[in-house]
Write a protein that binds this ligand. Structure first.
Ligand SMILES: Nc1ncnc2c1ncn2[C@@H]1O[C@H](COP(=O)(O)OP(=O)(O)OP(=O)(O)O)[C@@H](O)[C@H]1O
Ligand SMILES: [Zn+2]
Length: 725
């Protein structure tokens, strides 16, 4: 009899033993269906050897073993991926099954090959028009998808669509879920590299050809052509017949990337993100697993895809905090990417104009190889940066743009050049109150104010998504038309620009307006064709975009990110402003950047103005070294939450009461979290600050294992936390 151990997809259970019935072959990594009680669940056949938490358990008796029911028709998860899953589960204190689930991210793909029936418009006119049909005809133009997906897109019922099939308005199309993707051609359009680019590319290409693990920090100023440079490494991997994974922090950036990729390699890469249709997911997942998807570009969830033969990983805009996942398995995709490169024995390229302090430190320590592109490509100059001191040059009351910025905007409009105003705040105003009684609109589920959005006419919570239409009277005092907006959001800045520059074409760019890749592509096309004069945007527009006619960048409030006292506040402010400044003057015309601030002498503002990045980073690094903060110390957070306030507090106190006493480990809290109520749950936090050498994971595992909590309590561990709210 053959005994196999399986990770079963139930987070409360570890690995379980099963037997393989005669004739069934299931090597490690096989995806299987196994019985669990009366149910059948998914599992993955795992390697032999002890797993964390199993030490000293006796094996399950032979005669009690139940049989594996089925081996699913997909390739077994390769050994490097299994090692990655085990490592991530151990490092981030997550259940193995929760991490493994991220690798099996398309349930349809596991069913094997097959055909799907999709539908598309025939172009026929209906004999009888109804409002719903009109809506469907309008919204389904150019779409092809399953009935269910089309119903979603069109906002009508499947019944309406079936009626349209009957009328010949929609036709079925049989689609093979395993149809191959066109292969990118490494020689399609080879660029002529500048000397510094060629040197950096050669190093990366050599590591790809040697199939060896090597992390690179591609540290190039904005507009230096980092993309073109790492494309050479992509080409080398393609040449060797291997696959490539490119991670981007945000879906909104994919649109621009796809165009660049196609221009270089003759076809688009395969995309992977959360808004893919089920049929696209199925196809992409299977092609990744069988090796037919050569280059995959995606958000952080692409990191756990089961590549058959990976040759290179690129993490673009690697400093971005969007790579940190803060729910479910709390992992940092940048760090896990480096580990995956290690297990796969392939190079990993972290590209950024403003690397994370941690990454620079790794380069300093010799663990990463730093490749520097010190100047912009094609002779373009870095923009001139000036500080506007808001304590001296105040905007008029109720306005946010100071006179020098207004003049600069007028000047660009006159010359037909583009401007970009950056304010990292969505909506119209961050706080809304009643002018009569002072009532403030608060979210019922979170300790947060509701943010007014005028474009969509709602008051919204940016934490839980709760929204209400602005009420006609104050809910507290009953006064009609009483709402006043306090402070600016991007919509309010856009209004101000509209008043100051009548006739200017203004675009508001946030995650609200660029929610889909299609919307992002539309924006890029408009900006490139000069159909926009002024872009007003959040951090979404700070990076990646390349608009040659953009010559002015205005930072509306450089001080905003600095309050809060977060570990990385200064670093993040530096990165955001340097990135957004980097959007100016990328073409033939020189760029100018105006930074509005109330603290012109603050170290980060001074460093931005003088361009002394290295000095700023050196000072930050020293401060962290002295404080024993990451990357010189290890931090972890424990977040306790419950819908019941007393229950959350008691659980947090119980954890605090059982705190281990270890030399070199400091435990702070429990204290109510800054966001003490989130999505209807009350929250408490503890922070663990330890020496780098401390075994923090082991300590936390042992600490929490001795405690039992009521059903409604959730205890989350956040290793290397980025968020402290
Ligand atoms: N060797 C090259 N040949 C032709 N064009 C190039 C070359 N290198 C870079 N470019 C062009 O220069 C522009 C800037 O390059 P790119 O956008 O890759 O810079 P980047 O380093 O990624 O900047 P950022 O960090 O600001 O996004 C792009 O239009 C790119 O196509
Ligand atoms: Zn809320």
């Amino acid at each position: 009899m053959t005994r196999v151990r399986c990770i079963v997809f139930n987070s409360a259970l570890g690995a379980l033993d099963y037997r393989l019935p005669p004739g069934m072959d299931a090597p490690a990594g096989s995806v299987v269906v196994v019985p669990l009680g009366p149910r059948q669940i998914l599992g993955v056949v795992w390697d032999e050897g002890e797993l964390p938490g199993e030490e000293g358990n006796d094996p399950w008796p032979e005669h009690k073993l139940r049989a594996v029911l089925e081996v699913l028709p997909v390739p077994a998860l390769p050994a490097p991926l299994r090692r990655l899953i085990a490592w991530a589960a151990d490092y981030y204190l997550a259940p193995l099954s929760a991490v493994a689930r991220m690798a099996l991210s398309s349930s349809a793909a596991l069913k094997g090959s097959g055909t799907v029936t999709e539908y598309r418009l025939t172009g026929e006119e209906p004999a009888r028009m109804t409002p719903q049909r009109l809506q469907a005809l309008d919204l389904l133009h150019g779409e092809q998808a399953t009935m269910r997906e089309l119903a979603e897109i069109a906002g009508v019922s499947e019944g309406v669509l079936r009626g349209m099939v009957g009328q010949g308005l929609l036709e079925p199309v049989l689609v093979d879920s395993d149809r191959p993707y066109p292969a990118p051609d490494p020689h399609f359009a080879e660029p002529e590299l500048a000397e510094q680019q060629a040197e950096a590319a050669a190093e990366m290409v050599a590591a790809v050809e040697a199939h060896r693990f090597q992390p690179f920090l591609l540290d190039g100023v904005t507009g230096s052509g980092k993309t073109e440079t790492y494309f050479e490494a992509v080409a080398a991997a393609l040449e060797a017949g291997r696959q490539v994974l490119v991670l981007l922090p945000e879906i909104a950036l994919t649109a621009a990337f796809l165009g660049r990729f196609e221009a270089r390699f003759g076809t688009q890469p395969v995309t992977w993100h959360s808004s893919l249709k089920a049929s696209e997911r199925r196809r992409a997942w299977r092609q990744v697993a069988f090796g037919g998807a050569k280059v995959v570009v995606g958000a952080r969830s692409a990191l756990f895809l089961p590549f058959a033969d990976l040759g290179l990983i690129v993490v673009d805009e690697a400093h971005e905090i969007a790579f940190k996942q803060d729910d479910g398995v709390r992992y940092n995709a940048r760090d896990v990417a480096v580990m995956r490169g290690h297990f796969e024995a392939v190079p990993v390229v972290l590209a950024s104009a403003t690397p994370a302090l941690e990454s620079l430190q790794m380069a300093e320590a010799g663990r990463y190889k730093r490749l520097v592109l010190p100047s912009r490509f094609g002779g373009a100059q870095l923009p001139r940066i000036e500080v506007v001191n808001l304590t001296e040059l105040q905007p008029p009351r109720g306005r946010w743009l100071a006179p020098p910025l207004v003049e600069a905007l007028q000047d660009r409009l006159g010359k037909g050049e583009q401007s970009l105003l950056f304010l990292n705040r969505r909506g119209y105003a961050p706080l809304t109150l009643c002018r009569h009684c002072g009532f403030r609109f608060k979210c019922p589920n979170c300790s947060a104010w509701l943010v007014e959005h005028r474009l969509s006419q709602r008051l919204a919570c940016h934490h839980c998504g709760h929204e209400v239409p602005p009420p006609p009277v104050c809910p507290e005092c009953g006064e009609p038309d009483c709402l006043v907006a306090c402070g600016p959001g991007v919509e309010r800045i856009a209004d101000e620009v509209g008043e100051l520059l009548p006739g200017a074409r203004v675009a508001v760019v946030t995650s609200d307006t660029l929610a889909s890749p299609a919307a992002a592509a539309e924006f890029v096309a408009q900006a490139e064709s000069k159909a926009i004069d002024v872009i007003v945007g959040t951090q979404l527009v700070t990076k990646g975009f390349h608009f040659p006619e953009l010559t002015l960048v205005g930072v509306v409030d450089a001080d905003m990110g600095l309050d809060g006292g977060d570990l990385r506040a200064a670093e993040r402010t530096y990165q955001q402003i340097a990135q957004v400044a980097g959007r100016a003057g990328r073409g033939a015309k020189p760029g100018e950047v105006l930074i509005q601030t109330r603290h012109p002498k603050a170290a980060v503002i001074a460093a931005l103005a003088s361009g002394e990045r290295d000095a700023f980073y050196a000072a930050e690094t020293e401060a962290r070294r002295e404080a024993g903060a990451p990357p010189f110390g290890r931090w972890a957070a424990i977040i306790v939450s419950s819908e019941d306030e007393a229950e959350a507090r008691d659980a947090a106190r119980a954890i605090g009461g059982a705190r281990p006493d270890e030399p070199g480990v400091l435990i702070l809290g429990p204290a109510p979290a800054p966001l003490s109520l989130l999505r209807g749950r009350y929250r408490y936090r503890l922070l663990i600050a330890a020496r780098r050498s401390a075994e923090v994971q082991k300590l936390i595992r042992a600490w929490l294992a001795q405690l039992r909590f009521p059903q409604g309590v959730r205890v989350a561990v956040d290793i290397d936390p980025y968020s402290f709210v």
